[in-house]
Design a protein around this ligand. Structure first.
Ligand code: KIV
Length: 290
Protein backbone atom coordinates (compact mmCIF):
# COMPACT_ATOMS: atom_id res chain seq x y z
CA UNK A 1 0.00 0.00 0.00
CA UNK A 2 1.31 3.46 -0.82
CA UNK A 3 1.80 6.07 1.85
CA UNK A 4 -1.36 7.89 2.97
CA UNK A 5 0.16 11.31 3.53
CA UNK A 6 2.69 13.77 2.21
CA UNK A 7 5.04 15.63 4.46
CA UNK A 8 4.53 19.37 4.30
CA UNK A 9 8.17 20.29 4.53
CA UNK A 10 7.34 23.98 4.20
CA UNK A 11 5.96 24.03 7.73
CA UNK A 12 7.34 21.13 9.71
CA UNK A 13 9.01 17.82 9.05
CA UNK A 14 6.48 16.11 11.27
CA UNK A 15 3.27 17.73 10.11
CA UNK A 16 1.62 15.42 7.60
CA UNK A 17 -1.01 16.45 5.08
CA UNK A 18 -3.36 13.49 4.90
CA UNK A 19 -4.95 12.20 1.76
CA UNK A 20 -8.64 11.73 2.40
CA UNK A 21 -8.96 8.23 3.77
CA UNK A 22 -11.39 6.76 6.18
CA UNK A 23 -9.85 5.40 9.36
CA UNK A 24 -10.62 1.79 10.24
CA UNK A 25 -13.01 1.36 13.15
CA UNK A 26 -13.31 -1.01 16.09
CA UNK A 27 -16.46 -2.67 14.63
CA UNK A 28 -14.60 -3.17 11.32
CA UNK A 29 -11.76 -4.89 13.18
CA UNK A 30 -14.24 -7.10 15.03
CA UNK A 31 -16.03 -8.03 11.78
CA UNK A 32 -12.77 -9.34 10.30
CA UNK A 33 -13.48 -12.50 12.31
CA UNK A 34 -16.60 -14.02 10.81
CA UNK A 35 -18.12 -17.31 11.86
CA UNK A 36 -15.02 -18.08 13.89
CA UNK A 37 -12.55 -17.41 11.04
CA UNK A 38 -10.32 -14.50 10.01
CA UNK A 39 -9.45 -14.74 6.31
CA UNK A 40 -6.58 -12.24 6.37
CA UNK A 41 -4.81 -11.97 9.73
CA UNK A 42 -4.95 -8.60 11.47
CA UNK A 43 -1.69 -6.65 11.59
CA UNK A 44 -0.82 -4.72 14.73
CA UNK A 45 2.45 -3.05 15.77
CA UNK A 46 3.32 -0.81 18.68
CA UNK A 47 3.86 2.89 18.02
CA UNK A 48 4.90 5.57 20.47
CA UNK A 49 5.66 8.68 18.41
CA UNK A 50 4.01 10.63 15.61
CA UNK A 51 6.72 9.94 13.03
CA UNK A 52 6.80 6.24 13.85
CA UNK A 53 3.01 6.16 13.48
CA UNK A 54 3.26 7.88 10.08
CA UNK A 55 5.64 5.22 8.82
CA UNK A 56 3.75 2.21 10.23
CA UNK A 57 0.18 3.38 9.61
CA UNK A 58 -0.17 2.38 5.93
CA UNK A 59 0.84 -1.18 6.77
CA UNK A 60 -1.17 -1.83 9.92
CA UNK A 61 -4.79 -2.42 10.86
CA UNK A 62 -4.10 -1.39 14.45
CA UNK A 63 -1.40 0.66 16.16
CA UNK A 64 -0.92 -0.11 19.84
CA UNK A 65 0.49 2.57 22.08
CA UNK A 66 1.84 -0.09 24.41
CA UNK A 67 3.02 0.52 27.94
CA UNK A 68 6.14 -1.26 26.69
CA UNK A 69 7.16 2.34 25.96
CA UNK A 70 8.37 2.30 29.57
CA UNK A 71 11.27 0.05 28.59
CA UNK A 72 11.57 0.95 24.91
CA UNK A 73 11.43 4.75 25.14
CA UNK A 74 12.17 5.58 28.78
CA UNK A 75 14.68 2.84 29.69
CA UNK A 76 12.61 1.74 32.68
CA UNK A 77 13.12 -1.75 34.10
CA UNK A 78 9.48 -2.81 33.58
CA UNK A 79 6.09 -1.40 32.59
CA UNK A 80 5.11 -0.80 36.24
CA UNK A 81 6.35 2.82 36.58
CA UNK A 82 4.56 3.98 33.40
CA UNK A 83 2.02 6.72 34.15
CA UNK A 84 -1.31 7.73 32.65
CA UNK A 85 0.28 11.04 31.60
CA UNK A 86 2.96 9.22 29.61
CA UNK A 87 0.34 7.07 27.88
CA UNK A 88 -1.79 10.10 27.05
CA UNK A 89 1.14 12.11 25.64
CA UNK A 90 2.31 9.24 23.41
CA UNK A 91 -1.26 8.19 22.52
CA UNK A 92 -2.04 11.69 21.25
CA UNK A 93 1.19 11.74 19.21
CA UNK A 94 0.34 8.42 17.55
CA UNK A 95 -3.20 9.56 16.73
CA UNK A 96 -1.75 12.76 15.17
CA UNK A 97 0.62 10.69 13.06
CA UNK A 98 -1.90 8.16 11.73
CA UNK A 99 -4.88 8.22 9.39
CA UNK A 100 -5.71 4.63 8.65
CA UNK A 101 -5.15 2.31 11.61
CA UNK A 102 -7.26 1.94 14.73
CA UNK A 103 -5.19 3.39 17.59
CA UNK A 104 -5.39 1.56 20.92
CA UNK A 105 -3.77 2.91 24.08
CA UNK A 106 -2.61 0.71 26.95
CA UNK A 107 -3.97 1.47 30.41
CA UNK A 108 -0.93 1.69 32.69
CA UNK A 109 -0.49 -0.30 35.89
CA UNK A 110 -2.49 1.13 38.79
CA UNK A 111 -4.87 3.17 36.63
CA UNK A 112 -7.73 0.66 36.29
CA UNK A 113 -7.48 -2.34 38.65
CA UNK A 114 -9.11 -0.88 41.77
CA UNK A 115 -12.66 -0.59 40.42
CA UNK A 116 -14.67 -0.15 37.22
CA UNK A 117 -15.19 3.48 38.24
CA UNK A 118 -11.43 4.08 38.55
CA UNK A 119 -10.96 2.43 35.15
CA UNK A 120 -13.68 4.60 33.58
CA UNK A 121 -12.13 7.77 34.94
CA UNK A 122 -8.70 6.90 33.53
CA UNK A 123 -9.94 5.40 30.25
CA UNK A 124 -12.24 8.33 29.52
CA UNK A 125 -9.23 10.67 29.91
CA UNK A 126 -7.29 8.51 27.47
CA UNK A 127 -10.11 8.62 24.93
CA UNK A 128 -10.80 12.34 25.30
CA UNK A 129 -7.19 13.54 25.44
CA UNK A 130 -5.68 11.31 22.75
CA UNK A 131 -8.45 10.71 20.21
CA UNK A 132 -7.68 6.96 20.31
CA UNK A 133 -10.44 4.51 19.42
CA UNK A 134 -9.94 2.03 22.26
CA UNK A 135 -7.96 1.10 25.33
CA UNK A 136 -6.20 -2.13 26.25
CA UNK A 137 -5.96 -3.55 29.74
CA UNK A 138 -4.37 -6.66 31.20
CA UNK A 139 -6.27 -9.40 32.99
CA UNK A 140 -8.90 -12.07 32.40
CA UNK A 141 -11.78 -13.06 34.66
CA UNK A 142 -10.71 -10.56 37.33
CA UNK A 143 -11.15 -7.70 34.84
CA UNK A 144 -14.37 -8.96 33.20
CA UNK A 145 -16.60 -6.65 35.26
CA UNK A 146 -14.43 -3.66 34.37
CA UNK A 147 -14.39 -4.58 30.67
CA UNK A 148 -18.22 -4.81 30.69
CA UNK A 149 -18.47 -1.48 32.55
CA UNK A 150 -16.25 0.33 30.03
CA UNK A 151 -17.69 -1.33 26.91
CA UNK A 152 -21.27 -0.52 27.96
CA UNK A 153 -20.24 3.13 28.40
CA UNK A 154 -18.73 3.63 24.96
CA UNK A 155 -15.12 2.68 25.59
CA UNK A 156 -14.03 -0.22 23.40
CA UNK A 157 -11.64 -2.53 25.23
CA UNK A 158 -8.95 -4.84 23.95
CA UNK A 159 -8.10 -7.38 26.64
CA UNK A 160 -4.71 -9.02 27.29
CA UNK A 161 -4.32 -12.53 28.77
CA UNK A 162 -1.60 -15.16 29.18
CA UNK A 163 1.71 -13.51 30.05
CA UNK A 164 0.62 -10.12 31.39
CA UNK A 165 3.78 -8.03 31.94
CA UNK A 166 2.19 -5.75 34.56
CA UNK A 167 1.82 -8.88 36.75
CA UNK A 168 5.54 -9.73 36.46
CA UNK A 169 5.98 -9.72 40.25
CA UNK A 170 3.07 -12.10 40.77
CA UNK A 171 4.09 -14.35 37.85
CA UNK A 172 7.75 -14.40 38.88
CA UNK A 173 9.14 -13.45 35.46
CA UNK A 174 8.41 -13.31 31.74
CA UNK A 175 8.51 -17.06 30.96
CA UNK A 176 5.88 -18.58 28.66
CA UNK A 177 2.64 -19.42 30.44
CA UNK A 178 0.32 -22.41 30.34
CA UNK A 179 2.66 -25.34 30.86
CA UNK A 180 0.51 -26.84 33.62
CA UNK A 181 -3.01 -28.10 32.92
CA UNK A 182 -4.38 -25.74 35.58
CA UNK A 183 -2.74 -22.69 34.00
CA UNK A 184 -3.76 -23.85 30.51
CA UNK A 185 -7.41 -23.99 31.59
CA UNK A 186 -7.14 -20.65 33.40
CA UNK A 187 -5.86 -18.84 30.29
CA UNK A 188 -8.66 -20.29 28.14
CA UNK A 189 -11.30 -19.33 30.70
CA UNK A 190 -9.74 -15.84 31.00
CA UNK A 191 -10.04 -15.44 27.21
CA UNK A 192 -13.67 -16.58 27.26
CA UNK A 193 -14.48 -14.29 30.19
CA UNK A 194 -13.14 -11.16 28.46
CA UNK A 195 -14.97 -12.05 25.23
CA UNK A 196 -18.23 -12.57 27.16
CA UNK A 197 -17.65 -9.26 28.97
CA UNK A 198 -17.62 -7.37 25.66
CA UNK A 199 -13.94 -6.95 24.75
CA UNK A 200 -13.68 -6.37 20.98
CA UNK A 201 -10.41 -8.30 20.73
CA UNK A 202 -7.88 -9.94 23.00
CA UNK A 203 -4.09 -10.13 22.97
CA UNK A 204 -2.72 -13.49 24.04
CA UNK A 205 0.94 -13.19 24.98
CA UNK A 206 3.65 -15.75 25.73
CA UNK A 207 1.66 -18.98 25.89
CA UNK A 208 2.36 -22.46 24.62
CA UNK A 209 0.97 -22.74 21.09
CA UNK A 210 -1.96 -25.15 21.75
CA UNK A 211 -3.51 -22.60 24.13
CA UNK A 212 -3.37 -19.86 21.49
CA UNK A 213 -4.89 -22.16 18.85
CA UNK A 214 -7.63 -23.40 21.13
CA UNK A 215 -8.51 -19.89 22.37
CA UNK A 216 -8.64 -18.60 18.79
CA UNK A 217 -11.02 -21.40 17.86
CA UNK A 218 -13.24 -21.03 20.89
CA UNK A 219 -14.13 -17.31 21.00
CA UNK A 220 -15.87 -15.03 18.51
CA UNK A 221 -13.60 -11.99 18.92
CA UNK A 222 -10.20 -11.63 17.19
CA UNK A 223 -7.30 -13.13 19.14
CA UNK A 224 -4.07 -11.22 18.52
CA UNK A 225 -0.98 -13.28 19.26
CA UNK A 226 2.47 -12.34 20.50
CA UNK A 227 4.63 -15.32 21.35
CA UNK A 228 1.53 -17.40 20.62
CA UNK A 229 0.72 -18.95 17.20
CA UNK A 230 0.42 -18.13 13.50
CA UNK A 231 -3.10 -19.58 13.81
CA UNK A 232 -4.25 -16.54 15.82
CA UNK A 233 -6.51 -14.00 14.11
CA UNK A 234 -3.68 -11.46 14.06
CA UNK A 235 -0.20 -10.69 15.31
CA UNK A 236 1.47 -7.91 17.25
CA UNK A 237 5.12 -7.17 17.98
CA UNK A 238 6.95 -4.35 19.66
CA UNK A 239 8.14 -2.36 16.63
CA UNK A 240 11.63 -1.70 17.98
CA UNK A 241 12.11 -5.45 18.55
CA UNK A 242 10.96 -6.19 15.00
CA UNK A 243 13.27 -3.49 13.59
CA UNK A 244 16.32 -4.85 15.39
CA UNK A 245 16.84 -1.92 17.79
CA UNK A 246 17.78 -4.20 20.67
CA UNK A 247 20.38 -6.94 21.01
CA UNK A 248 18.32 -8.88 23.57
CA UNK A 249 14.78 -9.77 22.55
CA UNK A 250 12.37 -12.53 23.55
CA UNK A 251 12.57 -15.79 21.59
CA UNK A 252 9.27 -15.10 19.82
CA UNK A 253 10.54 -11.93 18.13
CA UNK A 254 11.55 -12.08 14.48
CA UNK A 255 14.00 -9.31 13.59
CA UNK A 256 13.16 -7.85 10.19
CA UNK A 257 15.94 -5.28 10.22
CA UNK A 258 19.11 -4.14 11.95
CA UNK A 259 18.23 -0.63 13.07
CA UNK A 260 20.76 -0.76 15.90
CA UNK A 261 23.53 -1.55 13.41
CA UNK A 262 22.29 1.11 10.97
CA UNK A 263 22.15 3.82 13.65
CA UNK A 264 25.56 2.91 15.03
CA UNK A 265 27.20 2.92 11.57
CA UNK A 266 25.48 6.17 10.58
CA UNK A 267 26.46 7.92 13.83
CA UNK A 268 30.04 6.73 13.31
CA UNK A 269 30.10 8.29 9.79
CA UNK A 270 28.74 11.57 11.16
CA UNK A 271 31.27 11.61 13.99
CA UNK A 272 34.10 10.99 11.52
CA UNK A 273 32.89 13.85 9.27
CA UNK A 274 32.65 16.26 12.22
CA UNK A 275 36.10 15.36 13.52
CA UNK A 276 37.69 15.68 10.06
CA UNK A 277 35.76 18.95 9.35
CA UNK A 278 34.18 17.30 6.28
CA UNK A 279 30.78 18.32 7.73
CA UNK A 280 29.24 20.82 7.24
CA UNK A 281 30.28 21.15 3.58
CA UNK A 282 29.41 23.94 1.10
CA UNK A 283 25.90 22.42 0.56
CA UNK A 284 25.06 22.72 4.22
CA UNK A 285 26.40 26.23 4.93
CA UNK A 286 24.91 29.67 4.20
CA UNK A 287 27.00 32.24 2.33
CA UNK A 288 26.37 35.97 2.02
CA UNK A 289 24.26 36.84 -1.05
CA UNK A 290 26.47 38.42 -3.81
O1 KIV B 1 2.85 -2.95 25.84
C1 KIV B 1 2.89 -3.59 24.78
O2 KIV B 1 3.64 -3.27 23.85
C2 KIV B 1 2.01 -4.74 24.65
C3 KIV B 1 2.22 -5.65 23.50
C4 KIV B 1 3.50 -6.36 23.61
C5 KIV B 1 1.08 -6.57 23.29
O3 KIV B 1 1.16 -4.94 25.47
Amino acid sequence: MSTTFQLDTATSRANPTPQPMKRLTVPAIKRRKFEGKTEEPLVMLTAYTARQAQLLDPHCDMLLVGDSLGQVIYGLPSTLPVTLEMMIAHGAAVVRGSYHAVVIVDMPFGSYEASPQQAFEAASRVMAETGAAAVKLEGGQAMAGTIAFLSQRGIPVMAHVGLTPQAVNALGGYAARGRSQEEHEKIISDGKAVADAGAFAVVVEGVIEPIAVSLTQSIEIPVIGIGASAQCDGQVLVTEDMLGMFERVPRFVKRYGDMAGFIGETAAKYAEDVRSRAFPGPEQTYQPKP
